[in-house]
Design a protein. Structure first.
Length: 480
C-alpha cells in the first residue's frame, strides 16, 4: 500500500489557528486536550480503538515541499508560518487507554499535552481515527456477545465507506472479537485470519447447482463451505451439498458445511441441520449471513437456530444503527510561563456539554472478591493516589446525594503514557494481544452492563477534588 503523508489530514481552521498562535507568539504555550465521547442515548459501553494509527500519524507528522507549496497556493498564510512548518515535529506527550479497553461516555480516553500549535493540528485526524475505529470495535463486541461464543467473520469491505474504513474497520472488528475477515489486504497488513466461501454467481455460472458445488469442492476439498440458497435451500441447495459431501467423504476428506444467506434463518438452519445429520454429516457446520447484527443474532439464538458461524458485513462495518460515535477533542488546561496549570472549562446550557477541567486520568475500581469492575472515577493527576487500605467513597457527578462505598477493592489507572517529548515510550502490543486484552476487559464486567436490552448504567463519577474544581469554575464564570 502506497505510503501517504497524512499531515494535511486536518480541518483548515486548525491551520489558521496555528498561524494565529504564531502571530501571538504563543507557539510554545503548553496545552492539554482530552478526547472523549458523550452519552447519546444509544451508547452503553465502547471499546477504545485506533491508538496504533493515531500514534503512527503523530510520530510521522511532516510538512514536505508539496504540502507547503499547496498551503502557499491558498494565499491565506504568510511566509513566516510556512517557514515554521518546514521544521514542524510533534514534541509533546500523549496519554491514552490501551486499545481494547472498555470505556464510557465522558472519560478521557486520550489526552494530549503539547505546545498548543502541535496539539491543535492533530485534533481532526485523531478524532477521525479514534471515532471510527472505536465505533466499529464496539459494534463488533456487541455482535460477538450476542453470538454467545460462536465465531464471527467480518466481511463488510464492499459496504464500507471507502478503502480505509474497510481496512481499519476490519482491524477494529477483530479487536472487538471477530475471528476473521474477508478483507485480504487487512489480513496481510494486520496478520488477521482471512475467510470466505463463494458467491451466488459461482453457482449461477455452471449448468446446475450440483456441478457448481462439485467444482468448488474439487478446488477446495478441505474447506468446502457451500452456499445453498441460490435456487431453493431445502429442495435443491442442501440435497446437492449432501451429495457433494458424500463424494468428498468417499475420497477421505471431511466436508466443512453450508452457508445460508437469505430466508428464515432459524427455520432453514433447523431443517438443514436435520437433513445433514440424517445423512451422516453431524460434524458439518452451518454458517449464516445476510444483514445480521447483534439484535438479529440474539433473536436467532433465542429461537434455537442451528447456526455455528456468523458472517456479518454491512451492519458491522457501518455500525448501521449508530453511524457516528461523536467523540470530541476539548481543551482542559494550559500552563503559564512558570509551569503552573491553569484549568479550562467549556460551558454550555446543555449540562452534558460542560467539560471536565484539568489534567486528568481515569481510574477503575474492582471488587477484590469477584474481580469485577464496579465503577470508574475521573480524577486530577495532581491528586494523591487512593489508599486502598481505607474505604473509598464515590459520589455521583451531578446528584451528589448518591454515594457508593468500597472496602475490599483495588484501583487501576487506565491511561498510560504513549508518547513522551515526541518519542514513543509505549510498547505497542500485537493485534492478537490487543484482542486478548479486550476479551479480558469484557469478562471483567457483569453481564448486566453488556445486555442488549435496557443495560444497567455503569457508574462513572468525578473525584471530590475534580467536582469542586468544576463547581467553583462554573460559579466564577456565572458571577456567583
Amino acid at each position: 500500500m502506497t505510503e501517504r503523508n497524512l499531515t494535511l489530514l486536518t480541518d483548515l481552521y486548525q491551520l489558521t489557528m496555528m498561524n494565529g498562535y504564531l502571530r501571538q507568539n504563543r507557539k510554545d504555550e503548553i496545552a492539554v486536550f482530552d478526547v472523549f465521547f458523550r452519552q447519546n442515548g444509544m451508547i452503553t459501553y465502547s471499546i477504545a480503538c485506533g491508538l496504533k494509527q493515531v500514534t503512527d500519524y503523530i510520530l510521522n507528522l511532516d510538512f514536505g515541499e508539496e504540502e507547503i507549496e499547496y498551503l502557499r497556493s491558498l494565499n491565506i498564510f504568510d511566509e513566516k508560518f510556512l517557514e515554521y512548518l518546514k521544521n514542524f515535529k510533534f514534541t509533546g506527550d500523549v496519554y491514552a487507554v490501551p486499545e481494547g479497553t472498555v470505556v464510557f461516555p465522558g472519560e478521557p480516553i486520550l489526552t494530549v499535552k503539547a505546545p498548543v500549535m502541535q496539539a491543535q493540528l492533530i485534533e481532526t485526524a485523531v478524532l477521525n481515527m479514534i471515532n471510527f475505529q472505536t465505533l466499529i470495535a464496539s459494534k463488533a463486541a456487541k455482535i460477538c456477545y450476542a453470538a454467545k461464543g460462536d465465531s464471527v467473520m467480518e466481511f463488510g469491505l464492499r459496504r464500507a465507506q471507502a478503502p480505509d474504513a474497510g481496512i481499519y474497520g476490519a482491524r477494529a472488528a477483530v479487536i472487538g472479537g471477530c475471528g476473521s475477515t474477508s478483507n485480504v489486504l487487512a489480513g496481510k497488513m494486520f496478520d488477521i485470519p482471512v475467510a470466505g466461501t463463494h458467491a451466488h454467481s459461482w453457482v449461477m455460472n455452471f449448468k446446475d447447482e450440483y456441478t457448481a458445488f462439485k467444482a468448488y469442492a474439487e478446488a477446495y476439498p478441505e474447506n468446502a463451505l457451500l452456499l445453498v440458497d441460490t435456487f431453493d435451500t431445502l429442495k435443491s441447495g442442501v440435497p446437492n451439498a449432501i451429495k457433494v459431501f458424500s463424494e468428498l467423504k468417499a475420497k477421505g476428506y471431511k466436508p466443512k458445511g453450508i452457508r445460508l444467506d437469505s430466508g428464515d434463518l432459524a427455520y432453514l438452519s433447523k431443517k438443514a441441520r436435520q437433513m445433514m445429520d440424517d445423512a451422516g454429516f453431524k460434524e458439518t457446520i452451518i454458517c449464516a449471513s445476510g444483514d445480521l447484527d447483534e439484535y438479529s443474532i440474539n433473536s436467532l439464538k433465542n429461537q434455537g437456530a442451528k447456526i455455528d458461524l456468523w458472517g456479518v458485513g454491512t451492519k458491522l462495518i457501518t455500525s448501521a444503527d449508530m453511524p457516528a460515535l461523536g467523540g470530541v477533542y476539548k481543551l482542559a488546561a494550559v500552563y503559564d510561563d512558570n509551569g503552573t496549570e491553569i484549568p479550562k472549562i467549556k460551558v454550555s446550557d446543555n449540562a452534558a456539554k460542560i467539560t471536565n477541567p484539568g489534567f486528568k486520568n481515569i481510574y477503575r475500581v474492582y471488587d477484590n472478591k469477584t474481580g469485577k469492575a464496579e465503577a470508574d472515577f475521573i480524577a486530577l493527576r495532581s491528586e494523591k493516589p487512593v489508599d486502598t487500605s481505607k474505604p473509598l467513597v464515590l459520589t455521583h457527578p451531578t446528584d451528589r446525594w448518591k454515594k457508593i462505598t468500597f472496602t475490599d477493592y483495588r484501583v487501576r489507572g487506565l491511561q498510560e503514557q504513549i508518547i513522551k517529548d515526541g518519542k514513543l515510550v509505549y510498547k505497542m502490543p500485537t493485534l492478537k494481544e490487543i484482542k486478548k486484552y479486550c476479551q479480558e476487559e469484557l469478562k471483567s464486567f457483569w453481564d448486566e452492563y453488556k445486555r442488549l436490552d435496557s443495560p444497567h448504567v455503569y457508574k462513572v463519577d468525578l473525584s471530590d477534588s475534580l467536582y469542586e474544581l468544576k463547581r467553583s469554575m462554573l460559579a466564577e464564570l456565572r458571577g456567583e
